[in-house]
Ligand binder design. Structure first.
Ligand SMILES: Cc1ncc(COP(=O)(O)O)c(C=O)c1O
Length: 407
């Protein structure tokens, strides 16, 4: 282990309390001590119901919550903190857009385009919304290497296209899509783009304004914050026009028996007691990411991906899904071992103290489109080491012999 690797890992208590090679970072990442401390400090020194009390403790809780919003907005280059709605996770963010925006905009005969590479979280909400409105759902299929042909998208767009839902980085293939070009194309037709940033924000420098995303969803737990806090970025003019998603306390300006006036955005979309402890953790997680720098994080992950990719290519009977070069994977490698079920691959990995994921990774249509039922996925964080990757490769080369195939 290098000195830098040691220093990074020293920040993560769980990594030091286990002999597991944790390669399931696409599912969730481990938390650094500073984030655990921030959550602990919130609950031991700062906890009160934010935005409700006039006493100092509640005012402090509100300040932390709003500071987290400001930091999140600046981290992804939103124009203002009001463009950040806190949610539980990316799934809730995407459902918010589907119920509130699509629910009020979609009409019978309109078209919604969904990429076939979506996590079910950015797919099922659109299937539901289209069905509810009597709109047509169109599938934007990727090429066999997982790339998206923007000329195909151009051919699919029409004056009736209202929404394009697509991920920035696929949770199966690790491939980054050209969101900037896609947003330009859909905007020309008067539609909007909903981007799933779950696998991008923790790994790449994010700039929602340069992407020109209308909506951009992500989860805190994949970016070193606690579970239970996520965010939706949305252009303010869209949020202002949208009806609320959930109704209840704290999302109103005033209520009488006759009339309700809703709170200003983003509070209109944050009904009920908010997750201020989670926001305190997210605030610290962003400061943690900034301390290392997103360019440095992306570089470390790209170096590790290259070692894994090149090593896997040398092992016979391995098929890596997606791009034929390491640069097309962004820390995520889903693969098949010929003749071995992914669950067996993951079980063998587990026997050797390696955590990987097996199954369809909540992207069943993508697997089907690529002609497979499921895959095994290894996914990296910048805290993984080259030794871990080499150990993974060593165990991977033993999988078929362990299943009884000749060496
Ligand atoms: C690309 C992508 N989108 C959405 C999600 C859903 O995230 P969450 O379960 O945190 O809502 C995931 C989670 O794995 C993901 O990888």
């Amino acid at each position: 282990m290098t000195i830098i690797e040691k220093a990074i890992r020293a920040e993560f208590p769980l990594l030091n309390n286990t002999d597991l090679a944790y390669l399931d970072n696409g599912a969730t990442v481990q938390k650094p001590q500073c984030v655990l401390d921030a959550v602990n400090t919130y609950y031991t020194e700062q906890n009160a119901n934010p935005m409700r009390g006039l006493y100092e403790l509640s005012i402090k809780a509100t300040e932390i919550y709003e500071e987290a919003r400001k930091e999140t907005a600046s981290f992804i280059n939103a124009a203002s903190p009001e463009e950040i709605v806190f949610t539980r996770n990316a799934t809730e963010s995407l459902n918010l857009v589907s119920y509130s925006y699509a629910g009020s905009v979609l009409e019978e005969g309109d078209e919604v385009i969904v990429s076939c590479a979506e996590h079910h979280s950015n797919m099922l909400p659109w299937i539901r919304a289209a069905k509810n409105a009597g709109a047509k759902l169109l599938w934007y299929d990727c090429e066999p290497d997982g790339s998206f042909d923007t000329e195909k998208l151009t051919a699919m767009l029409s004056g009736r296209t209202k929404i394009l839902a697509i991920t920035q980085v696929s949770n199966v293939l690790g491939r980054e899509n050209d969101i900037r070009v896609m947003s330009e194309l859909i905007h020309e037709k008067g539609g909007i783009i909903v981007v799933d940033g779950s696998q991008a924000v923790p790994h790449l420098k994010t700039d929602v304004r340069s992407l020109d995303a209308d909506f951009y969803a992500f989860s805190g737990h994949k970016m070193y914050a606690p579970m239970g806090i996520g965010a939706l970025y949305a252009k303010k003019e869209l949020l202002e026009k949208m009806p609320p998603f959930l109704y209840g306390g704290e999302m109103i300006e005033s209520v009488t028996k006759e009339k309700i006036t809703y709170a200003e955005v983003p509070h209109k979309f944050e009904a009920g007691t908010v997750n201020a402890g989670g926001a305190a953790g997210l605030l610290e997680a962003i400061r943690f990411l900034r301390r290392y720098g997103m360019e440095e994080i992306a570089q470390r992950e790209s170096d590790l991906t290259a070692v894994a990719f090149e090593g896997m290519r040398k092992i016979p009977h391995i098929r890596i899904l997606g791009a034929d070069e390491a640069a097309g994977h962004h820390g995520i490698l889903a693969f098949q071992v010929e003749g071995v079920h992914p669950h067996d691959v993951a079980a063998i990995m587990s026997d050797h103290k390696i955590a990987v994921r097996a199954g369809h990774h909540c992207a069943q249509p993508l697997h089907k489109h690529l002609g497979v039922m499921s895959s095994t996925r290894m996914s990296l964080s910048f805290y993984n080491t080259e030794d871990e990757v080499r150990y993974f490769l060593e165990v991977l080369s033993k999988v078929r012999p362990l299943m009884g195939y000749p060496e």
